[in-house]
Ligand binder design. Structure first.
Ligand code: M6R
Length: 613
């Protein structure tokens, strides 16, 4: 999963693909490859390592021709290696695919294909796609229809590009869910495909964004777009301004909105290279967590500020539940004044998007002074929090520009879930079946987030109804209690509406006095172990005339019968539910602020990186 570039037209595809992939390099990757139709044959060059390695291969053994497709990969299924790098060729050598995303049902599909005699040449989930296409071609379908049938068979969120030596005049691509975009660049007698605009901006400013469950058949003269069900689509052609900032914003009004939508891709990248779904194990090499260290850890302090601290609160539940290590969360600005009890068996884990937040760094220094093992979960590569740490997990979200943090909130939730599993595994506090089940659940995350994002239009309608409120109470319990804090923070920082996150069970000890028809109450009520308790919370708020907005699991008729507005989320394993429940709260805050005409990306008085105490 990472970058995709494709080209069809009179020029040689190879340099266009190499340059395009270069522009996507900032997203990170561990292998790269390209496939070009050279006369009647598809030729492939690919290897583990950087693009310079791919360029070496191409220089040593040049390929020319068109169309062509290329890819940079972060490993999810199988190690970074030449055989696992994309593109993947079918058994006939006549069809080739590149792909971003995770084929959730790949084990079932692989079993079916293997039973039919298909031989797999890689450990990837992607290879199932090309074999399925060939399977349908063998039944008489052309590339477009074979691809359509395949796109309808695979589960999960995907960006996919295919070409076939038997139909050299076209490239077929699709977007399913939000695993990164598929952008089609329109040229004169040539067309381009990419996962992100910067890859093709030097060739064209006219682009079409594929929506979820749309596919395109691209020739050099034309682009035909249809739904996966075969209905024609009249696409909107966008003209991208030449400045890099507008290009980065793409189809979105604000960076915050773009970054909310990038979460599917950010979370897919978060799993890439760390989770091996084949053996059900987690690998976090930069954390430097040895079995010896894992066994001697007696306590973990998580320290962070703002949104990052709320991510840490979710992490506390995960680490304590899965790895059975006591965790305390102390906000960065208090840590050094709280005289924390630290020895060499204590870990101080800092979470920071920027890696430069002064209070978080001061907490790390305090940990260092007292002899703790220092870890960090950081987005900005090379930042101070990354450099200071004995081990780190780098969030794979790409740059976050909106001041209101979104993708740098959900990524550390998944990072901490993985950390908890690894820690439990190394300490021997988890059995094999539980570990495998917890790891298998990770496979669902990108698609669950993608499906939640699809509710944006309904959430926008709720935002319209709430745009003039003066205050809002956010209530949650258990693992979703920090999501109440985070939802309230999102609303207050960009819409300037007073909002308070509160542990729902504490309501009766004071805040209930505030509830009347002018104080909406937002209740986090997914189907988690605290569901029943939250139902009674909704009833109490309704009994006092409160307007209730509920985040609820699809199909929950009980909540539907009680709440005034519902923000639906798909059913999710409870330990991963915060990754999903926070999404509607981000979208709600975003639309309320946008409707109020505020500067969403740079709210007043706030800085993206707070480098002073
Ligand atoms: O860069 P950091 O993650 O260390 O920043 C911490 C907070 O300043 C940050 O999360 C802040 O609360 C955001 N504006 C929240 O959206």
């Amino acid at each position: 999963m990472c970058g995709i570039v494709g080209y069809i037209g009179p020029q040689d595809a190879t340099p266009i693909i190499l340059n395009g992939l270069k522009r996507l390099e900032y997203r990170g990757y561990d292998s790269a490859g390209l496939a070009v139709l050279n006369g009647d044959r598809i030729e492939i060059r690919r290897d583990a390592g950087k693009l310079s390695r791919l360029a070496e291969l191409v220089n040593g053994s040049p390929i020319s021709g068109s169309p062509g497709i290329g890819h940079t990969r972060w490993a999810t299924h199988g190690a970074p290696s030449a055989r696992n790098a994309h593109p993947h060729l079918g058994a006939s050598g006549r069809v080739v695919v590149v792909h971003n995303g995770i084929v959730e049902n790949f084990l079932e599909l692989k079993d079916e294909l293997t039973a039919e005699g298909t031989q797999f040449n890689s450990d990837t989930d992607t290879e199932t796609i090309v074999h399925l296409v060939e399977h349908h071609q063998a039944a008489g379908l052309d590339l477009t229809e074979a691809a359509r049938r395949t796109f309808n068979q695979i589960l999960g969120a995907h960006g996919i590009v295919l070409l076939s030596a038997d139909e050299p005049d076209k490239i077929v691509c699709a977007r399913i869910g939000n695993a990164g975009g598929v952008v089609i660049g329109l040229g004169e007698n040539e067309n381009f495909i990419a996962s992100d605009i910067p890859a093709i901006l030097e060739h064209t400013r006219k682009v079409i964004f594929l929506e979820s469950r749309q596919m395109a058949v691209i020739t050099k003269e034309a682009v035909r777009i249809e739904t996966l069900e075969g209905l024609p689509v009249q696409p909107e052609v966008h003209t991208i301004a030449w400045d890099a900032v507008s290009a980065e914003k793409g189809e979105y009004r604000h960076f915050m909105q773009k970054e909310i939508h990038e979460q599917v891709r950010a979370l897919t990248d978060t799993l890439a290279g760390r989770v091996d779904f084949n053996d059900g194990r987690i690998r976090l090499p930069e954390l430097n967590l040895t079995p010896e260290l894992a066994k001697r850890i007696r306590r973990i302090y998580i320290t962070a500020c703002g949104t990052a601290a709320y991510a840490g609160m979710v992490g506390k539940t995960l680490i304590e539940k899965i790895a059975r290590v006591p965790v305390e969360v102390v906000i960065g600005s208090e840590f050094r004044y709280s005289d924390p009890i630290i020895d060499e068996d204590t870990v101080v884990l800092a979470i920071s998007q920027s890696g430069e937040t002064a209070d978080t760094l001061a907490a790390m220094e305090e940990g260092r002074k007292k002899g703790a093992v220092l870890w960090s979960i950081v987005n900005a590569i090379g930042s101070q929090a990354m450099r200071m740490a004995d081990g780190y997990i780098s969030m794979q979200t790409g740059p976050e520009i909106g001041v209101a943090s979104t993708k740098a909130f959900t990524a550390p939730l998944v990072d901490q879930y993985m950390l908890a599993i690894l820690l439990a595994d190394l300490r021997g506090t988890i059995d094999d079946a539980t570990r495998r089940a917890l790891v298998a659940d990770l496979r669902l995350v990108p698609d669950l987030v993608s499906r939640t994002l699809n509710s944006e239009p309904e959430i926008e309608r709720v935002a319209l109804k709430l745009k003039d409120i003066h205050s809002c109470l956010y209530l949650g319990r258990g693992i979703n209690m920090p999501i109440a804090y985070e939802g309230a923070l999102k609303l207050k920082e960009i819409s300037y509406i007073h909002a308070e996150g509160y542990p729902a069970g504490e309501m009766k000890h004071g805040p209930i006095a505030l509830i009347d028809e002018d104080m909406p109450v937002l209740c986090l009520t997914p189907k988690d172990p605290w569901h029943e308790k939250m139902i009674s919370q909704i009833q109490q708020a309704k009994a006092r005339g409160g307007v209730v907005i509920a985040v609820a699991t699809e199909g929950d008729e009980l909540v539907e019968g009680l709440a005034d507005h519902i923000l639906w989320v798909p059913e999710t394993p409870w330990m991963l539910s915060p990754v999903v429940t926070v999404i509607p709260l981000q979208i709600l805050a975003y639309h309320i602020a946008a409707i109020r005409g505020l500067d969403v990306d740079q709210p007043r008085n706030l800085a993206k990186s707070v480098t002073v105490e």
